[in-house]
Design a protein around this ligand. Structure first.
Ligand code: NAD
Length: 552
């Protein structure tokens, strides 16, 4: 039977309450907007919503019958039980893809995945929080804005951004670059992905070949007009060719799924069909070929950097694989978090999201209106909401991302809960955030690279964050670790809370939203970041200062 993936909507409950209904709708939504829903794949090469279809169907059945005082337990995308808890406990808890340290390697992951013992939930796929390419768009936009401030007098008009990858997350790049007023060229090997981004309104035009692409970019630069151009091709080849022609973009990055050498990155010289075949017959060769391509790809990025371009890693492990392939200087390229966003994370400001469970875009617009009134003086929030409401199309359930910080998230969530209670919104709203948030991720090559105190690879922080969110009555709490190429590289935590208008939701939102960001500020304060220490004082966050007991 061919499955359909409709976007859920309306106000009719199928579950025993809105908390359960919300999580069911979020599960349906990640498949509705996912990259390959027939195979349960949502984004990031292999990030899945459930382990397999029987597990998915059993999860749906469990959500349909779950009581308010029960908790559904999910292990790597498979439901393993429903247990009696209490009505202030999470209704779903998850542990996805966590492998014991010495065993947490890609080859073990692929073996256990084949044996159906494990599956990778990405960050927001397995815990049903993905909202389409919008999920990272503000982050990408903020990076471009920081680069503009630091290197280009605050203005990217007439500037050329070169990047690659138009998948679930990378697909946000063309629109983010355009919103930052740049001329952005994004190289993508899969024509379907280019079509999908054009249809979704994230990409403006598709070039016929490299010459055409460069002409479109040059013309836009000359007019100081923003443009987003997609080019079908392999990034390793196209980046090298542009460098060889002596053309130096102003900004260079990459968001191909380079983290996964088998199921993600497509090596130069191979068609998509050949890669699909090799995945089945000879993954070792594919891994070698992908790494060899990444070596060329990153060598070209370094070439651009040497010629003065602002080059950064956009969170896909491309430098790591290049270094393993012999590119000694791969880590001369900085990672986006450390280079541009860490001062925000240190204050607990990060990619917060809210999703209209009704499917009614008006609900999001009303929340936009509130934010524009309440945070009129907050330049990051006000500027973004204005841009987003005008230019960012909804995919699936209407949703918004907004980089809000400690206290701000709680305030928004409580106001929205009131709006639900007073009938100003047509149905409840789910609040969630990316795992790539202040207190929720340890990833020594992405989120926590070069932490001031050297604590890059300490995974206690996301584990504490998840436990704290359980103790704070969140509705869903998840602990994820890396799978595929990310195996052994990351541990992170996810949280979702539903504003259903009830006084109980007020309590859940107040505790969970406040403590979630507090854990982030405490994490950065512990590492010695002044912004976090300042935030602790400003917002009265309950920190215990044990600095005097540290060994020198
Ligand atoms: P995806 O698997 O949905 O898409 C990756 C895209 O890259 C695909 O469309 C694929 O065809 C293309 N591609 C692969 N090899 C290529 C090549 N050699 N040349 C050109 N195109 C190629 O993945 P995604 O969800 O878009 O994520 C992309 C990467 O970004 C992943 O590594 C992911 O983990 C990472 N990521 C970063 C952040 C962040 O905050 N910066 C957030 C989420 C994901």
């Amino acid at each position: 039977m061919k499955r359909e993936f409709p976007i859920p909507q309306g106000t009719t409950l199928r579950c025993k309450g809105w908390r359960q209904e919300a999580l069911l709708r979020l599960l349906e939504n990640v498949l509705a907007v996912g990259e390959d829903p027939d195979n349960l794949i949502v984004y990031a090469a292999m990030g899945r919503a459930a382990r397999d279809w029987p597990s998915h169907d059993a999860m749906v059945r469990a959500l349909l019958t779950l009581e308010d005082d029960q908790t559904l337990i999910v292990q790597s995308g498979k439901p393993i039980g429903v247990l009696q808890t209490h009505d202030r406990a999470p209704i779903v808890i998850m542990a996805n893809c966590n492998m014991v340290g010495q065993w947490a390697r890609a080859e073990n992951f692929y073996r256990w995945e084949k044996e159906n013992l494990i599956c990778w939930g990405g960050l927001t796929a397995g815990d049903w929080q993905y909202i389409g390419s919008q999920g990272v768009i503000q982050g990408t936009y903020e990076i471009f804005s920081r680069i503009a401030e630091r290197h280009f007098d605050g203005d990217l008009r007439g500037r050329f951004i070169l990047t690659a990858g138009m998948g679930g997350m990378g697909g946000a790049q063309p629109l983010a670059g355009r919103l930052a007023n740049a001329a952005i060229l994004t190289v993508e090997i899969n024509p379907e992905r280019i079509e999908k981004r054009m249809k979704a309104g994230y990409l403006e035009c598709r070039a016929d070949n490299l010459d055409h692409a460069l002409t479109l970019i040059r013309d836009a630069q000359a007019r100081r007009a923003p443009i987003s151009v997609g080019l079908l091709g392999n990034a390793a080849d196209v980046f090298s060719e542009i460098l060889a022609r002596g053309i130096v973009p102003d900004i260079v990055t990459d968001q191909t799924s380079a983290h996964d050498l088998v199921y993600g990155y497509v090596p130069s010289g191979y068609t998509l069909a050949q890669v699909a075949e090799l995945r089945k017959t000879d993954p070792d060769t594919l891994m070698r070929e992908s790494r060899a391509s990444i070596v060329r790809h990153v060598t070209a990025m370094l070439g651009f950097q040497d010629k003065g371009a602002v080059v950064f890693d956009n969170g896909n492990l491309i430098r790591t694989h290049a270094k393993e392939g012999g590119v000694e200087r791969a880590f001369d390229i900085p990672v986006f978090t450390e280079a541009f966003l860490r001062p925000l994370f240190a204050r607990g400001i990060g990619p917060f999201r809210w999703i209209a469970l009704s499917g009614d875009p008006d609900d999001i617009r009303k929340i936009d209106d509130f934010l524009l009134r309440r945070f009129a003086d907050n330049q990051i929030v006000a500027n973004w909401i204005r841009l987003a409401r005008e230019y960012v199309p909804f995919e699936g359930l209407p949703a918004r991302i907004g980089w809000l910080g400690h206290g701000e998230r709680t305030e928004l969530a409580l106001e929205v809960n009131r709006m639900v209670r007073d009938g100003e919104l047509s149905a409840p709203i789910a609040f969630t955030r990316d795992h790539l948030d202040a207190g929720a991720m340890a990833h020594p090559n992405i989120m926590t690279e070069n932490m001031r105190d050297g604590s890059d690879a300490i995974a206690d922080w996301p584990l504490l964050n998840a436990m704290l969110n359980c103790a704070s009555s969140a509705d869903l709490v998840a602990i994820h670790s890396g799978g595929g190429g990310y195996s052994g590289y990351m541990t992170s935590a996810g949280v979702t809370v539903v504003a259903d208008g009830t006084p109980q939701a007020d309590d859940r939102l107040r505790l969970s939203m406040t403590n979630d960001t507090a854990s982030g500020v405490l994490r950065y304060a512990d590492a010695g970041y002044e912004e976090a220490l300042d935030e602790v004082g400003l917002k009265g966050i309950g920190r215990i200062d044990t600095a005097s007991t540290r060994q020198p």
